[in-house]
Write a protein that binds this ligand. Sequence first.
Ligand code: ADP
Ligand code: XUL
Length: 526
Amino acid sequence: MVPLRQETKHLMFLGLDSSTQSLSALVIDPAAGITVAEASVNFGSDLPQYGSPSGFIPVGKHGEVHADPMMWLEALDMLLAKLSEKMDLGQVTAIAGSGQQHGSVYLNSNFSEALSGLGSAEGLRSAFSGVFSRKTSPIWMDTSTGEECVEITAEMNGSEEVCSRSGSIAVERFTGPQIRRFSKADPEGYAKTSEIHLVSSFIATVLAGKSIPIDYGDGAGMNLMNLRELDWDEGLLKATAEGLSERLPALSSCLSSQGTVSSYFVKKYGFSPDCAVCPFTGDNPASLVGMGATSPGQIVISLGTSDTFFAAMPEPKTDPQGFGHVFGNPAGGFMSLICFRNGSLAREALRDELGVGWDAFDTGSLEETLGSAGKNLTLPFYGAEITPRFDFNSPVTDFSEEVTSALRIRSLLEGQFLNMKLHSAWMGVAPERIRLTGGAAQNDGIAQLVADVFQAPVERLEVANSAALGAALIAATAGGGEFVGLQEIFCKSTPGSLLMPNTDLAGNYSTALVEFEKLLGKTTNA
Ligand code: ADP
Ligand code: XUL
C-alpha cells in the first residue's frame, strides 16, 4: 500500500466514471468544498470511428452486446487532455473511479510488458495494440449466456447456493457466465488469456501501469466473489471455467490506494508522480456514495442508459425472484440493486419514433394528460429486458383511451416506474424520500412521474454525475477524509428541486400497479 501525502490544505481528488456512453471526470477540493473541474468524452460523438453511437457495437448476434476496449483507452487520453486544459493535474493527490458493471476485458501475455513500458509510449492506443486476447468486451447489456447460467447453476446444485454465495443467482450479464461462454466458444483465446479485468479495474490498471485489484463493490457483480468472505469463491470459480483463479486479479476495498499513476500520465498530462491510484468500483456503488446514500434509509433511482434502483443495506438480503442483486457498499456493508435494461434507450426510442424532443417528456406536456394518469398501460420494453426477463423488441400496450403521442409518452414513463415499483417490493422498504440521478433526472416531468407513481417526494442533487462525484469522494476518503463529512459538503440537494407527489393520483397508481402486473403475467405466459 502506498501512503497518501499528508498535507491538510487544498488536496484535490479526481473521480473518473467509465460508463456505457461516456467517460467523465470530476475533480473536487474538499477543503474549499468545491468542484474544481469537470470534463467528459462521449463515445458516440467524440469517437465515431468505433461505430458505437450509444457506446456499444450495435450488431451483436444471439443477445451479444460488446464494446471495443480500445475505445475506452482512446477516450482516456482524450479526457485527460481536455481536463489538463482546465486545471493543473499536478495538484491531484489521488484518483478513484467507477465503471459500468459486469463488463470484462481479456488480456494476453503482452499486457504486463505493455504496462511496464507505458512510460515511454506516445499514446494509449499504440501502447496497448497487441494486448487483447478477445478483441471486444461483453458489457452489461449482453444477454447471450443463458446456457452458461444454467450450467453454472446445475454445477452448484441450484440457484439458492449461487445466490447465497455471490449475492445474485447466475445472471446473463454477470462476468462469470460471460467468461464461461468465452472459454467454451473460443478455447484457444481463453488459453491465451493471462488476465481478466472488469471495465473498472482495467482503467485503474492502465492508470497505475500495473495490475490493480478488483474492488469488492464491483467484484460482487461477477457471480464469482463470496460475499461473506470477500474473496474469490473456489466453488464458483471451478463451476465457471478451468484455470480461472490464476487469471483474476486480487480483490480489495476501493478505499486503499494501490499504487501511483504511471509515468506516462505524469509526462503527458502533468500528474504528480506521487498521485495515488485507488481500485475502481462499479458505477452503481460509486453512485451510492455520490448520492450521499451510503447509510441505510435512502432510496436512489438512477435514470441513465439503464435505470437502476438501489439502497444501502446493513445485511445482505436477497431477492426471492432473482432479479435483485447484492453488491458491496464502498463505505462497508452491502447495497441492493435492481437494474432495468430499458431505461434511457427506451425513452429515446419513443422520442425518436414520435419525432419529438425531451420537452414532450417534460412537465408542460405531461400536465396536459394528467387526467389519464394510470389509465393506459405500456410494458415499456423496446429491447430485451432483464427485470423481468422479457425477449420482445417492442412494447406491449393496453390503452383504454384513443392512442395519441402524448398518451404514449405518459404511458411509457408510467410503465417504467410501475415496473420498478413492482420489482423492488421484495426489499420491503416504502421509500420516504427518493434521491434521483442520471441523465434523465434533470427532466422535471420525468422526475414528477417518479414522485407520483411511488407517492414519495423526489430530490435531486447539485452534481449531476453522481458516479464520478462518488469516485472523487472515494479518492478523498482514501486520502484521509470520511464519507459522512464529505457527503454533507458535496451531496446537497439542488435548492428548489424537491418535488412532492400528487396525492390525488395515489388511487390511480395503486389500481394501475395491479393491472400492470396482470398484463405482464399475461404477456410473459402468452
Ligand atoms: P450513462 O451514465 O449510463 O452513460 P447518463 O446518466 O449520462 O447515462 O444518462 C444519459 C442519458 O440521459 C441519455 O442517453 C439521454 O437519453 C438521457 N437524457 C439526457 N437529457 C435528458 C432529458 N432532458 N430528458 C430525458 N432524458 C435525458
Ligand atoms: C447493474 C448494471 C448497470 C451497469 C451500467 O447491474 O448492469 O447499471 O452498471 O450502468
